[in-house]
Write a protein that binds this ligand. Structure first.
Ligand SMILES: *Cc1c(COP(=O)(O)O)cnc(C)c1O
Ligand code: SF4
Length: 394
């Protein structure tokens, strides 16, 4: 059988992947997630099997090992436009020489996570929830990654003793009600290893919900198999947040992955990062969010790019995001409107930003504008006491 590179989307005109010895790749191998991880593209020669590299990309790939590793599943590479360097898939994973530049206001650790880590592998910024960084491997290494200082170092899983220490911290901190398992990409762990982590977190009595952040449905959708879904559904309430950035990523394979997760009863959210020239127009975000809703994924956050070193060329002016939000309101259901946030540099948490609809407020009366810029007045009620007497003393 030949490599099924062209099976599902008309714009998938990837050439025969020479480096992968096309004739030797079977459909069974292609749909095997271990095979996909083992055959990630890392070098210019590997990439040349899928795309014609530009000079800037070639220099980027040469520089990258010292900056942030390159790794792309053959599946994700098959979504690339072979001829155009402005392809939104290509731009997310093939480095440019410009990554070498450090712009004003950029940091190694833009969110100050290292300073919020009471024990290794835990980031504790908000009182009621923590990040548990379970491994540093991902299916693909995104050029905009805000954790590039940690991710992809040795492609490994954090050691069991280190994870035990992190779990002990969660066990010993009763304010924690929500554990977000992240990394790296937790769904690239073996099902057994992931089950050990998820079940250990779930077993903590004060933890209400478990969340997993993953790009696997985007970059390695074949990993979402029956074994994984059967395991995850045992640990409800469990939520998954994916990371789709462009409609091109919503392939039949990605739809199948999200459908399986949703059918396992897992509420799905999506976190998109605004990326200049990739998804920085309202029409693209609108199209993406409509596709997400169709596969039962609720757009959750739209992130202004974090100021991580070497990503200046991928970040947008803040006004672009606000304009996108302005254009979404009224044109798509509120279910399809994420919250636009800036994650505060230095570690202040997520700060919502967006268009201002409140024009004036005084004398118990508000002047507002709607999405069509129609001005309306809202008069507040006379009674001001908002105490709820029923619950007093509960
Ligand atoms: C984003 C984030 C969370 C989760 O935030 P939610 O708004 O609850 O999704 C938790 N901890 C840290 C450190 C974060 O960056
Ligand atoms: S999948 Fe997430 S953690 Fe991994 S490189 Fe991409 S953005 Fe970073």
């Amino acid at each position: 059988m030949s490599l099924p590179l062209h099976r599902s989307a008309s714009d998938r005109a990837a050439p025969a992947p020479k480096g992968l010895k096309r004739d030797q790749v079977t459909a069974a191998e292609w749909s095997d997630w271990h095979w996909q991880l083992r055959h990630r593209l890392t070098r210019a020669e590997d990439l040349e099997a899928f795309v014609t590299l530009t000079e800037e990309e070639r220099r980027g790939v040469a520089l990258a090992p010292d900056l942030f590793r390159v790794g792309i599943t053959p599946y994700y590479a098959s979504l690339m436009d072979p001829a155009r360097a402005d392809c939104p898939v290509r731009m997310q994973v093939i480095p440019l020489a410009r990554e070498e530049r450090i712009a004003r206001g950029e940091y190694v650790d833009p969110l100050g996570e290292d300073g919020l880590s009471p024990v290794p592998s835990i980031v504790h910024r908000y009182p009621d929830r923590v990040l548990l960084l379970a491994l540093d491997r991902c299916a693909v290494y995104c050029r905009h990654c805000n954790r590039r200082r940690l991710v992809g170092q040795d492609d490994g899983v954090i050691s069991v003793p280190q994870l035990e220490t992190a779990l002990d911290y969660i066990r010993g901190t009763p304010q924690i009600r929500d554990v977000l398992i992240s990394g790296g990409d937790p769904l690239t762990l073996s099902t057994d290893k992931l089950e050990w982590i998820v079940s250990s977190v779930r077993a903590v009595e004060h933890v209400d919900i478990v969340r997993i952040g993953t790009r696997v449905p985007v970059a390695l959708p074949m990993r979402v198999d029956d074994e994984l879904c059967a395991m995850l559904r045992k640990y409800h309430p469990l939520y998954i947040n994916t990371h789709f950035n462009h409609p091109k990523e919503v392939t039949p394979e990605a739809i199948e992955a999200c459908t399986r997760l949703a059918d396992a009863g897992i509420p799905l959210g999506n976190q998109t990062v605004l990326l200049r020239g990739i998804n920085s127009e309202a029409a693209i975000i609108e199209r993406l969010n409509r596709l997400l809703l169709k596969m039962r994924v609720k757009p959750y956050y739209l992130f202004q790019g974090d100021p991580v070193q070497g990503t200046d060329h991928l970040r947008t002016p803040v006004g672009a995001g606000i304009e996108i939000m302005e254009r979404l309101r009224g044109r798509i259901t509120g279910m399809g409107i994420p919250q636009l946030v800036i994650d505060a540099p230095g570690g202040g948490g997520k700060i919502p930003i967006g268009p201002n609809y409140l024009m004036a407020w005084g004398n118990e009366q508000l002047t507002l504008r709607n999405y069509e810029n129609k001005v309306v007045t809202y008069v507040e009620p006379a009674e001001r006491d908002c105490r709820c007497t029923y619950d007093q003393g509960c």
